[in-house]
Ligand binder design. Structure first.
Ligand SMILES: NC(=O)c1ccc[n+]([C@@H]2O[C@H](COP(=O)([O-])OP(=O)(O)OC[C@H]3O[C@@H](n4cnc5c(N)ncnc54)[C@H](OP(=O)(O)O)[C@@H]3O)[C@@H](O)[C@H]2O)c1
Length: 346
């Protein structure tokens, strides 16, 4: 169905979303934020992405997360988001909190993603602003620790973007607790607060419970956990094989060898627990991430409006009994299904 040409946002958009304070800052983020890593690129149907974005805003999702290389092709998610900003969200820029990042591969040659040099981060932020048609992003992240770039140089780039007003706040992604502390210390010498950390976090990937959450609480830094559905594994879609169109069929980031008999039976048991709670597994997985108040926001993805609507309903029931938590903890996966966890300490 074609979307109405003129977008008029819902008058009730702030009625059902909860907002959580991001660390010691004055910023509140929605408990659920939307990331455009997959499904919003040039290879996807633009109008589908646009309808998901409109729906998200109508439901109070004010925070949209991007990175330079989201697509495919690289840059195209930012370009598409820029189009939606221009056509639909232009009057609402100040109701939106938009992030971008640099750190992984982006353009050819030694300055486009081999590391996290100042050269790369500054140029990449300028490119991201241009693609989205923005004067500034609300947050700019160092997307990863680069063992070949001194952390002082990477934090120097974030400091410069902050001073120039190209990034109102700065963040880091997937840094170990030790390097998070170091990053915060370097930034604080320049009077730049470490606003937020973006780590992976889900029932299937709990590395942040081993020190990172404590560190962030101590530093007064917010935490936005990405991939709370473990890229779709924590839904019931893989219980009877791999459905057409699912991420497992499309993206190398999802490894089909995660779908062992034991792992599928763990997902089945989790589905049963969720059903007893009156939730879908996706809803329970998001609620599980949000049960810790130190998690500012759950950063989800969505391929359709229906998926997003289902995921948002997690906010209706966020508490867990200790028996439910014990039962969840007792389920053991085969090996490690994570492709992201914290960096090494260098
Ligand atoms: N900082 C980093 O290094 C980093 C890395 C990765 C991601 N991120 C951020 O985190 C965001 C989210 O990552 P993600 O997409 O992996 O998150 P996710 O929420 O774990 O997975 C999203 C995927 O799960 C499926 N899904 C979503 N809702 C569903 C529902 N209610 N029922 C059934 N299936 C559902 C869809 O996959 P199908 O297509 O299979 O249906 C969807 O694309 C990214 O967009 C990005 O902003 C950051």
């Amino acid at each position: 169905m074609a979307l109405p040409t003129q977008y008029v946002p819902s008058q009730t958009r702030y009625d059902n979303m909860t907002y959580r304070k991001c660390g010691h800052s004055g910023v509140f983020l929605p408990a659920i934020s939307l990331g455009l890593w997959q499904n919003f690129g040039g290879a996807d149907v633009f109008e589908t992405g646009r309808s998901i974005l409109r729906y998200a805003f109508d439901q109070g999702i004010t925070h949209i997360d991007l990175a330079n290389n989201y697509g495919p092709p690289y840059g195209s998610a930012e370009e598409n988001f820029g189009k939606v900003l221009a056509t639909d969200f232009k009057p609402f820029r100040d109701e939106l909190f938009i992030s971008s990042k640099a750190g992984w591969d982006m353009w050819p040659g030694p300055y486009g993603g081999i590391g996290s040099s100042k050269k790369y981060l500054i140029a990449s932020c300028d490119q991201s602003l241009q693609r989205m048609g923005l004067d500034y992003v609300d947050v700019f992240y160092s997307h990863r620790v680069d063992p070949n770039t001194p952390i002082e140089e990477t934090m120097g780039a974030l400091t410069q973007l902050h001073r120039q007003g190209k990034a109102l706040y700065v963040g880091i992604s997937s840094y170990s607790p030790k390097l998070t502390r170091k990053a915060a210390e370097i930034l604080s010498r320049e009077n730049v607060p470490l606003f937020i950390h973006q780590p992976s976090y889900s029932m299937f990937n709990r590395w942040i419970e081993n020190g990172l959450l404590d560190t962030l609480e101590e530093l007064g830094t917010g935490c936005i956990g990405f991939s709370p559905l473990a890229q779709g594994l924590l839904t019931k879609k893989y219980l009877n094989g791999v459905p057409e169109g699912a991420r497992a069929t499309k993206s190398p980031s999802f490894r089909q060898d995660w779908l062992t008999d034991n792992n599928v039976s763990v997902i089945r048991k989790l589905t049963e627990i969720a059903e007893r709670r009156g939730q879908s597994l996706a809803q329970m997985a998001i609620a599980w991430v949000l049960k810790d108040p130190r998690v500012t926001s759950a950063l989800i993805g969505a391929r359709t409006v229906e998926q997003l609507a289902d995921s948002l309903d997690s906010l209706k029931y966020l508490t867990f009994t200790s028996d439910e938590l014990k039962e969840i903890d007792s389920l053991q996966l085969d090996g490690d299904i994570n492709i992201w966890s914290g960096s090494s300490d260098l």
